[in-house]
Each structure stands twice: as C-alpha cells, then as structure tokens.
Write a protein that binds this ligand. Structure first.
Ligand SMILES: [Zn+2]
Ligand SMILES: [Zn+2]
Length: 334
C-alpha cells in the first residue's frame, strides 16, 4: 500500500510499504479521509516528544472495514463504515483505573506513537472503532475525532447538558474554536462571541451562530463573560480570556500552548471572584457522543472543510495550513 512516511522531523515522503495485517483483536480500515491537525504539524516538526521515527502519522480518520482479526466481534463486518478513536490506554495504571484514561501513565495513540491513517490502510484495535450511520461520508467521519476532543472540553466545563444562557466567548475560530462554538450553542450557552484575527473565519463563525465575531477582544466592549474558551494555544490569548471573565466565571484552556509557556493570573481574582480555570486533554469516552452529535445535526462541520487532497498533497496541505488558508484540510488516500 501507499503511505506517508516521516523518516525524521521535517522529512516526509509517500512510500510503498507492506499492507497491515490485523492481529486477533484488530481490524484493518481502508482510510477514506484523514484530517491534518496541529499535533500533526508538531509531529512533522519533531515537537511532539512521544513520537518515534519513522512513523506514518494521522489520527483523525474514518474508513471502511477491510479485514478482521479472528477475535473481532461480528458487528464490525467487512464493508462497515467506521470512525476510530485513536486513544490507546493501558487500562491498568492508577489513572486508567480511576476512569481518567486520557491521562494514562502509558499513554499512546494511533498516528502519534504507532502508525496512523495517512495511508491507504491502517490496523487498529477493534474496540476503538465506532460504526457510523449510512449518511456519513469520509469527511464527516474524520470530524468525529476533533469533535470528541471538544465534547470532552465542554464536559470539563460542566456544560454539556442544557445550561442557562450566559455570555460566552471563544478565542480562536479554527477547527476547534468553531466546533466549540457549535457545542456551546447546542448546550444552551450564549450569546457566544468569537475572536480571531482571520476575517473569513469570523464570517463562518457568524454563519454558525456567533452573536459577535471580532478581530480583537477589545472590540467586545465592557461585557464580562460567564464562560471563556481558548482554542488558540497562544499564551497571551489565554491571559486575555481570563481577563474577560465575570465574577464566578469558568475558563477552559483547550488550545495547546508551548509546554514551557507561562501566563500571569491574579490569584486574588481567582479567590475573590471564584474563577475556575480548567483544562482538557484529548478524548475521554466522548467518541460515541461525538458520533451522535454529528448524525443528529447538532454540529455541522461542513463549513469548515476544504476539498480533500491525495496523499501526495500532504506537503501542499501543510503549506496552506501554515499560510492560514482554509480551516480543516483532509487527505483522501484512496
Ligand atoms: Zn488532532
Ligand atoms: Zn493507563
């Protein structure tokens, strides 16, 4: 089969590699679509420490079951369309046993620490596969993974169920910010303001229901927000977001900042205003809910999607992401 191979940081090629063979508890998925996310750029740059090289990256994907191991349950037949939770948890460390699998002491993930889905085929544990309704195509299926991350983030804010409408702000209108916007509105939050430097992303945010969409937080005026989400990973943006909170406000640190970054927060304000600052890391049993939210139409990722590119277009897609073009880029290996 053909696969994208990163030989070392900064160096990638499309290569002919052996077809994956399923172990007893695995299925092989023929990849229909695989999204490129910020983590992929870090893996490409050598900035994601758990990555071994060479590796075939790709963790946001959907496809068709092409082969099954001997122990795979019958409800995953060849030909079924699936999305795959890339999380690989050990199940026996103290955090897994406490139900916090995403903080597993032996954390691993498909496309991050083992070969992923920028390839025609990928072998995955059958327990990680979720069957998709018939109306899903590959691009919609490949959006389950990022949405599952957003669902976990919203849960960390304690917001997934109906909430009373309160002013909410999302900083960053990339893929994650725009998924967050839709989830927050679905949960009943709002009005929701969105801040991003890129004007056409703000147009998409408006179409998806943002009450305000501005290029700078200073344009929001004197409003104070009950909930703030950072979906940029820019430390200054996190500081800004905390500064926008009302007394009793809740802040979700969702974007991935550099590991060594620091921000200034007033501990007096955290105390006196009872500010809650929380984070969320990847996916925690939120994959099935993401499938439901997409199939029910509560979240519509279509306005975020560019036309998929072939495997050979990976470098082109990376260039476009770095140039700020488009919002979500997908690779279609077949
Ligand atoms: Zn990702
Ligand atoms: Zn574990």
């Amino acid at each position: 089969m053909r696969a994208l191979v990163l030989d070392r940081p900064g160096s990638f090629r499309v290569a002919e590699v052996p077809d994956p063979v399923p172990e007893a508890d695995q299925i092989v998925v023929q990849v229909e679509c695989c999204g490129i996310c910020g983590t992929d750029l870090h893996i490409l740059a050598g900035e994601f420490p758990p990555t071994p090289y060479p590796i075939t990256p790709g963790h946001e994907f959907a496809g068709i079951v092409a082969a099954r191991g001997a122990d795979v349950r019958p409800d995953l037949p060849v030909g079924a369309r699936v999305a795959v939770d890339p999380s690989l948890y050990c199940g026996y460390c103290r955090r897994c046993r406490a139900g916090r699998d995403n903080l597993c002491e032996n954390w691993a993930a498909i496309g991050d620490t083992v070969n992923g889905a920028f390839a025609e085929f990928v072998a995955v544990p059958a327990v990680n596969a979720y069957r998709l309704p018939d109306q899903f195509d590959g691009q919609l299926g490949a959006m389950v993974e990022p949405l599952a991350c957003a669902v976990h983030g919203i849960r960390r804010l304690g917001l997934l169920g109906p909430v009373s409408a309160e002013p909410t702000v999302v900083i960053g209108a990339g893929t994650m910010g725009l998924l967050m916007l839709q989830l927050l509105l679905h949960a009943g939050a709002g009005p929701v303001a969105v801040v991003d430097r890129v004007r056409y992303r703000l147009e998409v945010a408006r179409k998806l229901g943002a009450a305000q969409a501005v290029t700078d937080a200073s344009a929001l005026g004197d409003v104070r927000f009950a909930v703030a989400v950072d979906a940029t990973g820019v430390p200054e943006a996190v500081e800004t977001a905390i500064g926008l909170l009302d007394r009793g406000g809740r802040m979700l640190v969702f974007g991935v900042t550099p590991a060594e970054a620091a921000i200034r927060v007033s501990p007096f304000r955290v105390y006196n205003d009872e500010i809650t600052i929380t984070g969320s890391m990847a996916i925690l049993r939120s994959f099935g809910e993401a499938v439901d939210l997409l199939s029910g139409g509560a979240v519509d990722p279509r306005p975020l999607l560019s036309e998929p590119l072939p495997l050979e277009g990976y470098g082109d897609a990376v260039d476009r992401i770095r140039a700020g073009q488009g919002i979500k880029w997908h690779i279609r290996p077949i």
